[in-house]
Design a protein around this ligand. Structure first.
Ligand code: SAM
Length: 211
């Protein structure tokens, strides 16, 4: 399978379809920390998976559009939003970041662990920056290359991990006039799929578009 095949609806529908649930259902810790001081508005959750982040945002008053290439994942987002009583604040849309324009403009555009090949990342992330409304926030969180276990490279070539500084460089003039509020490597305790604990580093980039 080519790396590009890992970003298709077929790949992710099969992955989600193979298990009742893949992710924990909890919101990502960096999202919780970074959104704490933002007034709720509209949010776009990119590569939303099963909706841990989108539903958490909606429960805090955000009107969220959850986008993902996988229809199976988005059905779970909608079901979870319904179960938690926030369905009126969550919209889902199948969007393939390789083929489609990201819909609308939003007060918050957030993407967690959208690990893209290095060659594709700048154009796609610039598209996300373009979807931030004036005065809005772009929050990109991914696996930092620091401390990545060697087995991670079986599925992810090394260029799929970038530091926050590298993301700033890649976004280039898409961030002209923006304020870089956070660009850092942030450590956290994590649990591997096999249940073993591991200390991981996230690359955290939070930038604000001028009004
Ligand atoms: C590692 S998961 C992250 C899920 C969620 N953001 C989280 O933090 O738990 C990556 C997500 O990106 C989605 N994805 C993969 N390729 C995509 C593409 N071409 N366009 C849009 N979403 C894509 C997958 O379906 C998957 O839900």
């Amino acid at each position: 399978m080519s790396v590009r095949d890992q970003f298709t609806a077929a790949f992710w529908d099969e992955r989600y379809g193979s298990s009742e649930r893949i992710w924990s259902g909890e919101p990502n810790a960096v999202l919780v920390a970074e959104v704490a001081d933002l007034a709720p508005g509209t949010a776009l959750d990119v590569g939303s998976g099963e909706g841990g982040d989108a539903v958490w945002l909606a429960a805090r008053g955000w009107r969220v559009t959850a986008i993902d290439v996988s229809r199976v994942a988005l059905e779970r987002v909608a079901a979870r939003a319904e179960a938690e009583g926030v369905a009126d604040r969550v919209t889902t849309a199948v969007v393939d970041l390789y083929a489609d324009t990201v819909p609308g403009t939003h007060d918050l555009v957030t993407a967690h662990f959208m690990q893209l090949p290095g060659a594709d990342r700048p154009a796609i992330f610039r598209g996300l920056a373009a979807a931030v409304a004036p005065g809005g926030t772009l929050l990109l969180v991914g696996h930092d290359p620091e401390g990545m276990p060697p087995e991670a490279h079986e599925h992810h070539p090394p260029d799929m991990f970038a530091t926050a500084g590298e993301l700033v460089t890649e976004l280039g003039d898409a961030l002209d006039g923006w304020t870089v509020e956070v660009a850092e490597r942030r450590g956290r305790d994590a649990v591997q799929p096999d249940g073993r604990p591991r200390f991981l580093y996230d690359a955290v980039l939070r930038t604000r578009r001028p009004t």
